[in-house]
Design a protein around this ligand. Structure first.
Ligand SMILES: NC(=O)c1ccc[n+]([C@@H]2O[C@H](COP(=O)([O-])OP(=O)(O)OC[C@H]3O[C@@H](n4cnc5c(N)ncnc54)[C@H](O)[C@@H]3O)[C@@H](O)[C@H]2O)c1
Length: 268
């Protein structure tokens, strides 16, 4: 009997199911390098990737929190500041090959353009955009050598997708991430590389809690955050991680140059 299931073709990245895959992890054998893994979305994604069989190099500047991930099989950790070119290049040098690069690091500055000093602008653009430029530049040649690679960048719905009050430089930086994503996807699509970005709405992470605490009236700030959620609740880091697993896997082999919105309908 001819089976409906056909094999995955590595060259064309055609992906279809095979019966044996039912018992495999969705990311079995994939080598993943990622930033900002110590907490929040990055941490949840590192754990989700490892649970699906990936070998994850989880990096962050917070070495102490990063260590917590070492108890998960499949995850090794390394302190790397992704805004520093030498550290990014040293990390790339250590890796023989890489299947998936996940750029997560980002910072939220609160305020309109009038509240945004030049130092805020430079800090945000440096961490949110330039770090991704550095990481992609360092790792892409390794992917091109094997004519296979998958890059995922963390953007946000606050960007070219939705105008959000008091997120001037943040939204600018995340719109740039979307542009960077499409540019890399377009330039290297014929060399086996794909590049996508993730655009979450409001995700309940430690830094979001810190931002709420930093407001003059934290109780009201929390109410305001919740009021703008059409689902009545914030997104969890694990929910974003599920989307990231899909994008990191061959299930999304036909998906590139796209922004993936996970915002509970916030932009509607
Ligand atoms: N939380 C949200 O509501 C939300 C929504 C949309 C997009 N995002 C984006 O998701 C990403 C993660 O956000 P989060 O809230 O989950 O994380 P977070 O802000 O809680 O944690 C960020 C992590 O980045 C690390 N980091 C900071 N500077 C770094 C550097 N120079 N090099 C390496 N690591 C560094 C920190 O140590 C920390 O562990 C960010 O890019 C953020 O903009 C978050």
């Amino acid at each position: 009997m001819t089976h409906m299931f056909v094999k995955q073709d590595v060259r064309t990245k055609l992906f279809t199911f095979q019966p044996s895959q039912c018992i495999m992890g969705r990311l079995d054998g994939k080598v993943i390098v990622m930033s900002a893994a110590a907490q929040g979305i990055g941490r949840a994604a590192a754990i989700a990737f490892a649970k699906e069989g990936a070998q994850v190099t989880a990096t962050d500047i917070n070495g102490e929190k990063l260590k917590e991930l070492e108890s998960y099989s499949g995850i090794k950790t390394k302190v790397v500041d992704v805004s520093k070119r030498e550290q990014v290049e040293a990390l790339a040098k250590e890796m023989d090959h890489i299947d998936v690069l996940f750029n997560v690091a980002g910072f939220v500055h609160h305020g309109s353009i009038l509240d945004c000093e030049e130092k805020d602008w430079d800090f945000t653009m440096n961490l949110n955009v330039r770090s991704m430029y550095l990481m992609i530049k360092a790792f892409l040649p390794k992917m091109l050598a094997r004519k296979s690679g998958n890059i995922i960048n963390m953007a946000s719905v606050a960007s070219s997708i939705k105008g959000v009050p008091n997120r001037c430089v943040y939204s600018t930086s995340k719109a740039a991430v979307i542009g960077l994503t499409k540019s890399v996807a377009a330039d290297f699509i014929d060399q086996g590389i794909r590049c996508n970005c993730v655009c979450p709405g409001t995700v309940d992470t430690p830094s979001l809690r810190d931002r709420i605490q930093a407001r003059p009236d934290p109780e009201q700030a929390l109410k305001d955050f919740l009021a703008r959620q059409k689902t009545g609740r914030m997104c969890t880091a694990e929910e974003v991680a599920h989307l990231c697993v899909y994008l990191a896997s061959d299930e999304s082999a036909y998906v590139t140059g796209t922004e993936h919105i996970i915002d509970g309908g916030w932009r509607l």
